[in-house]
Design a protein around this ligand. Structure first.
Ligand SMILES: C[S@@+](CC[C@H](N)C(=O)[O-])C[C@H]1O[C@@H](n2cnc3c(N)ncnc32)[C@H](O)[C@@H]1O
Length: 223
């Protein structure tokens, strides 16, 4: 088997581990320390997050969607597929190098979503952006960590806390959808979403087509 080739390394503010981008043939991997954040071969559940989170918007003109974060661009690309040509999509990404990699090494993987004129990049914390926007989005799709625990970035725990979920609810329009991706089920998180004012649905899904690791997507409809 071919060895992994290190393509680039980027420090992440406040984090012990650098973010590293690797390639092996046509497969790409982003790692932080020993944890693989993303692998280009496994994005079925990231696609599900967008497909289900934006299902209600397929016919809606001028919809507004927030995607956090960018990763390898798969959720963003699927979001764009679901929306009309006059939609607006803001993608929030904390790490500048991830945006640069999506404009270079990784751009082809999800068919160049950053080149779509409907997309704006917010360079920063998706939580800050949600705090600044009230009743703005028709959907918010959150995939910034391994799940609702802030495993790769401790500060991300706040996004999945009751206050963080209320913050997301406030940034959504009435009837808007919050989609949350996770690598594992978390029944307490379902309850927390309900406490924050969402009707919830848990959608178990797989990392790779109908195979691979079991992931979870939550859909919360703002009451
Ligand atoms: C698992 S990846 C997202 C994968 C993405 N769904 C895809 O389809 O490729 C998580 C991304 O969120 C970014 N991130 C982590 N915490 C963030 C935050 N608080 N705000 C914005 N982006 C964040 C990471 O740098 C990383 O690019």
């Amino acid at each position: 088997m071919r060895p992994w080739e290190l393509l680039d390394t980027s420090p992440v503010a406040g984090q012990a581990h650098d973010l590293k981008l690797y390639r092996r043939g046509d497969e790409y991997s982003i790692k932080t320390g020993p944890i693989e954040l993303m692998n280009s071969r496994m994005h079925a559940s990231e696609d599900v997050l967008a497909e289900l989170g934006c299902k209600h918007l397929r016919q809606q003109r001028q919809s507004k969607v927030l995607v956090g974060g960018l990763g390898m661009g798969f959720t963003l690309a699927k979001t764009l597929e679901c929306l009309t040509d006059d939609a607006e999509v803001v993608v929030a990404e904390l790490v500048p190098a991830v945006v640069q990699w999506n404009q270079s090494h990784l751009a082809h993987l999800a068919h160049f979503p950053l080149k779509d004129s409907r997309v704006q990049v917010f360079h920063g914390d998706v939580g800050q952006l949600m705090s600044a926007k009230k009743l703005t989005f028709d959907a918010i799709l959150l995939d910034v960590d391994n799940g609702p625990e802030g495993l790769t970035r401790q500060e991300n725990e706040a996004l999945y806390s009751l206050n963080g979920l209320k913050n997301a609810a406030a940034a959504l329009k009435s009837g808007g959808i919050l989609g949350v991706w996770s690598a594992f089920p978390a029944p307490k998180f379902t309850k927390r979403m309900q406490q924050a004012g969402f009707h919830t649905q848990e959608v178990p899904c797989r990392a790779f087509a109908k195979k691979g690791s079991k992931h979870m997507v939550w859909l919360g409809k703002k009451k």
